[in-house]
Design a protein around this ligand. Sequence first.
Ligand code: FES
Length: 159
Amino acid sequence: MFREYDFDTALKVIEKNTHLRGGLVETLRNLVDTFGYINEELYPTLANTFNQSEAGVLGVVSFYHDFKTKPRAKNVIKVCMAEGCYARKSKNMIKVLCDTLETDIGEQREDGEFEIEEVFCLGNCAVGPNIVVNDKLYAEVTRDNVQAIINKNCKGNRV
Ligand code: FES
């Protein structure tokens, strides 16, 4: 579970990596680990700390798929859509998940409970289709077992 964002905690996270060469990426990763996302108000501080322009910081943030700039839903479900999983019908998983959780791919449900995200290869191709539910990987997911996986691993209201 992520902490609620606050600037003072973010500064402590940033200060941890000032001694590292190329510490910007590590700091961004630590901010995501702490808050689930990178608050844009930190760009000037990050730029000053790591001797970059704000555009340079934005460039790094936008390069990496996992560096989100908006708060995440309480439950994040990632569905692999790369070739191996796609061939094993991962698209069906997205349909079931979107219908069940009443949200669209790439969208956060209005109440902030669920978010479904497409990802491209989780490194588990031989036993796809694969999904990740709140950082826990599940293989060989089917239309029949996906609901049980969601019920077991997600907090909050389904609908
Ligand atoms: S193709 Fe889905 S894990 Fe690699």
